[in-house]
Design a protein around this ligand. Structure first.
Ligand SMILES: [Zn+2]
Ligand SMILES: [Zn+2]
Length: 367
C-alpha cells in the first residue's frame, strides 16, 4: 500500500516527506496505523551514519498506533488494538535465552541495519529499497509493519499519542531505576542530565521513594522542570568543578545510585565519584565508539559498580503496560516532557531536540 514517510536521503541532510510503498504484512506481522512517534537522538544519529544504516532510510523507533491488519499466524492481536512498538531481539542468542532481551547479541543488526532479519526492506519506492526496519519498525510514517513479538498491546483508554516515548526513552530511564537499580525508599539518587531519559529516571526514582533526588544539568529550564517533577535538589553544572563535593554535602556519604545520561566522559566520572561505597552508577548515555574515560581504581574497589543498561533492561510486554498504568495514575506525566509536531515539521522537531528547546518531540502522523 502507498503510505507517507519521512525519508532520510543523506547524512546530516534534511528529512523529506514522501510517498513510499509499504510491504504487506507477513504471517507473523501487523500493519499498524501510526498515530504518533517519539523522536530520539538515536534517529538523528542513525541518519548521520553513526550506526552504518544504509540510506535512503526511514527512521523512528517510538511508534504508537492502531492495528489495521494482522498476518494469518498472528494470534494475540486484532484490528483496532492499540499498540506501542518496542525494541527487537532475536529470541535465541545466549542473552535472549536468559531473558536478557535488551542485551540481545543481535541487538545492533536488528535495530540498525534497516531490514528484516532476512535482509528484506519493509518499504520501497519505484522498486528501489527504502531501508525501513529501523528497530524493526521505522515509525516516522503514516503506517508501519511490525513483527507481533515486538508490539505491545496497551489499554485503549490511555492517550495513545503520549505512549510512543515509552518504547525507548521512557522504558530506558524508568527501567534503569525500577528494573536495574531497584532502590529502596530513602536511597539517594543523582540524575546526570535531565533530558527525556533522565527525567523518566527521575520520575521512577520518585515512584520508588528515593530521597534525596538530585538533578544535574546545564539547562536552567530543564532543572526547573526536574524540580517540579520531584527533584529535591538541582545543581546547575555550568562552569562548576565542584559538583561531586556539592553532592557529598547533600548526601553525606555519597549517593546510593547515580544515573548517567549525558554521554560525556567527565560527567560519567562525576557520576561514579558521587557514589557511596557499595553504590551503583547506571550508564545510559550513548557515546560514540572510541570514547574513553578514566576512573580511579580504588573507587571501584569499595563495591561501587558501573552498570551499562540498554532499554531499561525491561521486558516490554509487561513493563510498557506498567508505565501506561503509572501514566494513568498521574505518576508518570509524560505530557510534561512532550511537544507535538506534525510529521511535516520533522526537521524543526529534530533541531529543537538537538538544541535542547524541546525535551521530547513527538510527531503526529497524517491520517
Ligand atoms: Zn538475542
Ligand atoms: Zn531511542
Amino acid at each position: 500500500m502507498q503510505i507517507t514517510a519521512a525519508v532520510a536521503r543523506e547524512r546530516f541532510g534534511q528529512f523529506t516527506i514522501e510517498p513510499v510503498e509499504l510491504d504487506d504484512p507477513r504471517p507473523d506481522e501487523l500493519l499498524v496505523r501510526i498515530v504518533a512517534s517519539g523522536m530520539c537522538q538515536t534517529d538523528q544519529h542513525g541518519r548521520d551514519g553513526y550506526y552504518d544504516t544504509p540510506l535512503p532510510a526511514v527512521f523512528g523507533h517510538e511508534g504508537a498506533g492502531i492495528v489495521e491488519a494482522v498476518g494469518k499466524a498472528v494470534g494475540n492481536f486484532a484490528p483496532g488494538d492499540h499498540v506501542v512498538l518496542s525494541f527487537p531481539w532475536c529470541g535465541s542468542c545466549a542473552n535472549c535465552r536468559r531473558h536478557m532481551q535488551s542485551h540481545c547479541l543481535k541487538n545492533s543488526e536488528l535495530k540498525m541495519r534497516g531490514t528484516r532479519p532476512d535482509g528484506s526492506t519493509l518499504m520501497s519506492q519505484n522498486g528501489s529499497p527504502i531501508y525501513s526496519a529501523f528497530f524493526q519498525q521505522s515509525s516516522f510514517a503514516s503506517h508501519a509493519i511490525a513483527n507481533e513479538r515486538f508490539a505491545v498491546k496497551v489499554r485503549a483508554d490511555a492517550p495513545l499519542e503520549l505512549l510512543g516515548p515509552f518504547a525507548c526513552s521512557g522504558q530506558t530511564g524508568a527501567g534503569a531505576v525500577l528494573n536495574s537499580m531497584r532502590p529502596e525508599p530513602g536511597d539517594a539518587l543523582v540524575v546526570f542530565g535531565v533530558g527525556a531519559v533522565g527525567l523518566f529516571g527521575l520520575l521512577a526514582g520518585k515512584i520508588a521513594g528515593c530521597e534525596p533526588i538530585i538533578a544535574v544539568d546545564i539547562h536552567a529550564e530543564r532543572l526547573a522542570l526536574a524540580r517540579e517533577l520531584g527533584a529535591t535538589c538541582a545543581i546547575d553544572h555550568t562552569g562548576r568543578a565542584d559538583v561531586v563535593a556539592e553532592i557529598r554535602k547533600i548526601t553525606g556519604e555519597g549517593a546510593r545510585f547515580s544515573l548517567e545520561t549525558s554521554a560525556q566522559p567527565a560527567v560519567f566520572r562525576e557520576a561514579v565519584e558521587s557514589l557511596m561505597p557499595g553504590g551503583r552508577c547506571i550508564l545510559l548515555g550513548s557515546a560514540r565508539k572510541g570514547t574513553e574515560v578514566s576512573l580511579e581504581m580504588p573507587f571501584l574497589q569499595f563495591g561501587r559498580v558501573v552498570h551499562g543498561v540498554i532499554q531499561g533492561e525491561s521486558h516490554p510486554q509487561t513493563f510498557i503496560p506498567r508505565l501506561v498504568d503509572l501514566l494513568m495514575r498521574g505518576k508518570l506525566p509524560a505530557d510534561r516532557l512532550i511537544k507535538f509536531y506534525p510529521l511535516a515539521d520533522i526537521n524543526r522537531a529534530a533541531d529543537d531536540s538537538t538544541s535542547g528547546r524541546t525535551i521530547k518531540p513527538v510527531l503526529r502522523m497524517p491520517s
